[in-house]
Design a binder for this molecule. Structure first.
Ligand code: KG4
Ligand code: ZN
Length: 344
């Protein structure tokens, strides 16, 4: 079964074809970074309009790369939530209409289930059950995963998601949007010993996260430091040192909660996905932590950590082959609790 996947929940148009026998046949992502960068963040209406422009041409080029015609598609999967309602509706309208025209089934996929299953696209597939750390621009979640659609939320962010905290802190350091990868690059030049940021909520039991205070901590540290910085070079150093302290605090906090989840559940396999899981320091620290716990961590290649169509094609393939599909009526689900998904 060959499934076309369409991702359009935010500022990337992602298209892919996943084949049950041969794996991922082709995938492409068009990023809207240039479109939104002058506004310092995603402008929803511009995002929707760009998805309208890019979705069909991208489908054509992905089919071409996969050596397929549209008649070769056996099913269509599109992200139907959570995300920006206008952006979601573009992918849903194209996906559902295409499936109807081709006479094949279609399915609306939960964006975070897409992220969660992305590590299964890699050659070494983690076995269920596992603990999943999902860290994206909109979500920070620790989930106990028994199987596809069998998700138990262990804890999530009470305020800013990890990626959102990266982006906001990067912005106050004067870095361009999207700030997460930029901040991480700057942190490489930072002194890890100059500032010590708090590790929020680690002294409380449970698996909740709170990252918004770190951004304020970074802002106050910047203001204090600017009073003493007497040269451009000193300001650059200050910013790099803050970036390093911030990244260390987020990474440390995530690692502490992951170890706690592994110990509490007794499950020694951890998967990590979502944009922030592309972060190099986080990967190294999670690897080491799981080794110490006698377990193992899995995560997708960096290009499949951030938003992409491959994860949607794969999650859709899993559900379509299990016989699930959607009626002709379609819609977007901007808010959609993951625990409400049907199990396979
Ligand atoms: O999963 P994703 O592509 O989109 C959402 O579903 O939100 O995640 C995007 C987030 C952004 O906040 C971005 O800054 C962050 O992931 N991100 C990173 C890195 N690469 C992407 N954060 C820290 N370090 C990175 N290397
Ligand atoms: Zn995402």
């Amino acid at each position: 079964m060959r499934v076309l996947g369409i991702e359009s929940s935010c500022d990337e148009t992602g298209i892919a074809v996943y084949c049950g026998d041969r794996g991922l046949l082709a995938h492409r992502v068009h990023s809207q970074v240039d479109l939104h960068s002058e506004y310092g963040g995603v402008v929803p209406e511009l995002a929707s309009r760009d998805h309208i422009r890019k979705t069909l041409p991208l489908i054509r080029s992905v089919l071409c790369e996969a050596g397929m015609k549209s008649a070769d598609i056996d099913g269509v999967a599109y992200t139907s939530g959570p995300g920006l309602v206008g952006a979601l509706l573009v992918g849903a309208a194209v996906g559902r209409t295409l499936a109807w025209g081709l006479g094949v089934p279609s399915i609306g996929v939960h964006h975070m289930e897409g992220h969660l299953l992305a590590p299964l696209l890699e050659p070494e597939v983690p076995a269920f059950p596992f603990v999943a750390l999902l860290v994206s621009g909109g979500h920070t979640q620790l989930i106990g995963v028994e199987g596809i659609g069998r998700y138990r939320m262990l804890g999530e962010s009470l305020d800013d998601a990890a990626g959102e905290a990266f982006d906001k802190t990067a912005k106050l350091l004067g870095l361009p949007y999207p700030g997460g990868p930029e901040l991480s690059r700057l942190a490489q030049q930072g002194d890890p010993d100059r500032f010590k940021f708090p590790r929020p909520m680690v002294d409380r039991p449970g698996f909740e996260f709170s990252f918004s205070g770190l951004k304020t901590f970074a802002l106050n540290t910047l203001h204090q430091g600017m009073k003493q910085a007497t040269s451009e070079a000193a300001i650059d150093r200050l910013k790099a040192d803050i970036a390093r302290a911030f990244e260390d605090a987020v990474v440390d906090t995530l690692v502490i909660k992951c170890r706690r989840a592994v110990r509490k559940t007794g499950i020694k396999t951890l998967i990590m996905a979502g944009g922030v899981s592309a972060n190099r320091r986080l990967r190294e620290r999670i690897d080491r932590a799981l080794q110490i716990e006698g377990g193992r961590a899995y995560y997708p290649r960096p290009e499949l950590c951030t938003d992409n169509g491959a994860m949607i094609a794969y999650a859709g393939w899993q559900r379509l082959r299990a016989g699930q599909s959607e009626p002709l009526r379609f819609g977007a689900r901007p808010r959609w609790p993951m625990e409400s998904l049907a199990s396979l």
